[in-house]
Design a protein around this ligand. Sequence first.
Ligand code: HEC
Length: 136
Amino acid sequence: MIPSAKKKASAIEENRKYPWMIYRSVFGVLLLASNIVAGVGLIAAPAEAEPSSARQNELIYRLRHDCGSCHGMTLKGGLGPPLVAAKIAETDQEQLVETILHGVEGTPMPPWNFEINRDEAAWLVRLLKKGVRYED
Ligand code: HEC
């Protein structure tokens, strides 16, 4: 082969390889991006999301004032049953969460899902099962 033809041939060869290089690097970037999204997703959405500390304070305030009006200021019971750890520690977590979210029909226990979401209800139940201490 004469040198100029050889050069041309290798240029064609380059062109043929080039698209694959692009596909390969685009694929690499997509793979990296999907790994980042998956990783961030894991950090941002753990199985049980904790409410922010400001929201936790609101929920504790609500527990004391709204829930307390039926369950007792110290949650030892009133119109509603006691919500102290000794009484509910053994009760199924999901059942208590459902009760908070949807209330109990035919009883004064109202549904709270219009302003307490599932993660928040789950957090409240974990708190109640551990035992709430008011610092006063
Ligand atoms: C208007 C009164 C009232 C208010 C307000 C109220 N509850 Fe209740 N709650 C009840 C009654 C009555 C029951 C018992 C229902 C039954 O007979 O099953 C109950 C049951 C429950 C139970 C189930 C207890 C168990 O041992 O199974 C949980 C948990 C609970 N309430 C949480 C809350 C929380 C949290 C709030 C505030 C966000 C709240 N309640 C506000 C009246 C109330």
